[in-house]
Design a protein around this ligand. Structure first.
Ligand code: C2E
Ligand code: CA
Ligand code: CA
Ligand code: CA
Length: 275
């Protein structure tokens, strides 16, 4: 809170300047981090519930700041968005994912299925996003068939017509598309039917207590049923126990991801265990 004094001067409340200062510090350090090896992608497997086999993996961004230690993407991605840095950061993520994919190929390791990349709402809204993504993948000597793009409902709700067009462009190019955190946004059925998506990703907030909270169980049931009736695949995130995996399988959920199967891990650890 800034208080205006008599002469129009501003005095900043200490708690406000701390929050702001921290955010500014993070933004400043983040642009440096992209060039100093402080950013890293971790990889978490996705598992087919019916067979227990790996169907792919999700790339998750990690930032190890020399002063602050590990900073959560849930904290710095919104800051990157607010400071107009998400385009650059998003490109870094995609280039790094491509570099790693290529490195695994060159080592003769077979990557199972697709590698999923998260796109933030603001990144998706940038002009030329579909071209930029295709260009990065092409420049790396890879094809879109290697990748899946995870989009949140909020990324799709701003300008619906445009979102549908961009998604069709990406689909035609060969990317798979999924709606992340499904159930937490505002997608209507009418709208869902027009989106060229492959997978609905059930948000962790419903999966976490699905065995103890009836309402959450019902939501998970509804989403898997909805996916089935639309001809889409469903995947549950945040599966931490075998009982959840069993219940999800019984509901007809196709895939799962979570600590029960494997945590997000650095590339070499992931490769050792899963490739
Ligand atoms: P998300 O896309 O919904 O990712 C799932 C989050 O759940 C990840 O948190 C993952 O580490 C965590 N998780 C996975 N399995 C379990 C589990 O069994 N239990 C629990 N409690 N958590 C689990 P993380 O890695 O901290 O990422 C947080 C969010 O940051 C992501 O949510 C995503 O929205 C964003 N994010 C991460 N990497 C990127 C990126 O490269 N680009 C963009 N735009 N956003 C990213
Ligand atoms: Ca995700
Ligand atoms: Ca989520
Ligand atoms: Ca999320």
């Amino acid at each position: 809170r800034a208080k205006a004094l008599g002469g129009g001067h501003l005095t900043y409340q200490p708690e406000m300047s701390a929050g702001l200062a921290e955010r500014m510090q993070i933004a400043e350090n983040l642009s440096r981090a992209m060039n100093t090896g402080e950013l890293e992608l971790y990889y978490q497997p996705k598992i087919r519930l019916a067979t227990g086999t790996v169907s792919g993996a999700e790339a998750l961004l990690r930032w190890n700041d020399p002063e602050c230690g590990l900073i959560s993407p849930a904290k710095f991605i919104p800051i990157a968005e607010a400071r107009g840095m998400i385009g650059t950061l998003g490109k870094w993520v995609l280039r790094e994912a491509c570099r790693q994919m290529k490195a695994w190929q060159e080592l003769g390791l077979q990557f199972p299925g697709r590698l999923a990349i998260n796109l933030s709402a603001q990144q998706f809204e940038e002009t030329g996003v579909a071209d930029n993504i295709q260009e990065i993948v092409r420049a790396a000597g890879l094809t879109p068939a290697c990748f899946e793009l995870e989009l949140t409902e909020s990324a799709l709700m701003g300008n619906v017509q445009r979102a549908i067009e961009v998604m069709h462009t990406l689909k035609r190019a060969g990317f798979a598309l999924s709606i992340d955190d499904f159930g937490t946004g505002y997608s209507s059925l009418a709208y869902l039917k027009r989106l060229p998506v492959d997978t609905l990703k059930i948000d962790i907030s419903f999966v976490r207590d699905m065995l103890t909270v009836r309402h959450d169980y019902n939501i998970v049931t509804t989403i898997t049923g909805m996916a089935r009736s639309f001809g889409l695949r469903s995947i549950a995130e945040g599966v931490e126990e075998s009982a959840q995996a069993e219940a999800l399988l019984a509901l007809g959920c196709d895939e799962a991801q979570g600590y029960y199967f494997g945590r997000p891990e650095p590339a070499h650890v992931f490769a050792q265990r899963w490739l």
